[in-house]
Design a binder for this molecule. Structure first.
Ligand SMILES: C[S@@+](CC[C@H](N)C(=O)[O-])C[C@H]1O[C@@H](n2cnc3c(N)ncnc32)[C@H](O)[C@@H]1O
Length: 299
């Protein structure tokens, strides 16, 4: 049966209530897209309700309804449900019955980060230019981390510039596992992925198998994470989480070890620099679009 798809642009602060209203009036699923992405390749996609908060100022909510849903009635019900929602740019279209949640992957292309790291969708050939480079084959599934978001890109570029050979790497907030897998492909001996979303842990483990490094990646929920120290730690979460997790993340980095933090919007970095300065030196800031990466060395 075909589905009816409703696209609705909302401000980030209205996302949660709009999503709740859509689910309450019978949406089968709701997906979030970065409304300001100019090309399909920049569109990070994210399934709400799995422990993730969107990172974009304007969000397009894409809700899927059964094929017999009547668009006018859907809008009317939504309006009655939450009078405050702006429905002026609501758009409907019919979508064919397919593996809808994954349809966006069709628009996802191989991408290069730094000097040698390539992220290639699992169902595509690596391009000729990738020969001799480091190739990570990825199926983000429903987890965040396809490489299309600037925060992921900033972290991939950072990893690409390190000599990871033989090292252990912690990827805190691993999502699809993209950063841990890149680290392994770049020569890390082993990696640990931590995420509070079970779907992310499953996606990371699947992607590790897909890349032939399943034996070298261990994934954990935060409460099960081993109390260990690593020479390299990367955490692409939100600024608020980086703030709350600061003592734990600092504790995970061995003396002289390196950390990169992202998921930080421009304007939020000063507070985090201040917070992390008590444990880290040689702090550096890099930006891509509206996003910031902080890196440093553990004292
Ligand atoms: C922005 S995504 C990053 C995914 C991937 N590492 C990347 O760079 O694309 C953040 C991830 O952190 C996870 N996360 C958010 N808060 C967390 C927390 N307090 N503890 C562990 N994981 C968390 C989310 O579930 C999500 O998978």
């Amino acid at each position: 049966m075909p589905f009816i798809e409703l696209s609705l642009r909302v401000r980030a602060e209205d996302e949660a209530r709009a999503e709740r209203a859509l689910m309450d009036i019978g949406a089968l699923s709701v997906t979030l897209l970065d409304a300001d992405a100019e090309t399909p390749n920049e569109r990070a996609v994210l399934e709400p309700g799995v422990g993730e908060t969107p990172l974009w100022p304007q969000i397009t909510l894409v809700a899927l309804f059964p094929g017999d849903a009547v668009p006018e009635l859907v809008l009317h019900t939504l309006e009655a449900f939450d009078e405050g929602l702006d429905l002026s740019d609501a758009q409907f279209r019919e979508v064919a019955d397919q593996d809808w949640e994954r349809a966006w992957m069709d628009q996802y292309e191989p991408l290069k980060f730094g000097a040698r790291t390539w992220i290639v969708p699992w169902n595509m050939e690596a391009p000729a230019e990738a020969e001799g480079g480091v190739i990570v084959r990825l199926d983000p599934g429903l987890a965040f981390g396809s490489g299309t978001h600037p925060t992921t890109s900033l972290c991939l570029q950072w990893l690409d510039g390190l000599d990871l050979r033989g090292k252990a790497v912690l990827d805190y907030g691993c999502g699809s596992g993209i950063l841990a897998l890149a680290a392994l492909k770049l020569g890390a001996a082993r990696a640990v992925g931590v995420d509070n979303d079970p779907q992310a842990l499953a996606a990371s483990a699947d992607n590790a198998q897909r890349n032939g490094v399943g034996e070298r990646l261990a994934v954990y929920a935060p409460e099960d994470e081993p109390d260990a120290r690593y020479p390299v730690v990367v955490a692409n979460i939100l600024a608020s989480a980086l703030d709350a997790l600061a003592p734990r993340l600092a504790d995970r980095v061995e003396t002289g070890g390196l950390i990169a933090l992202s998921g930080i919007l421009q304007g939020q970095e000063q507070e985090l620099l201040q917070r992390y300065r008590q444990w880290f030196e040689a702090l550096e800031v890099a930006t891509e679009g509206d996003w910031v990466r902080i890196s440093g060395r553990r004292r």
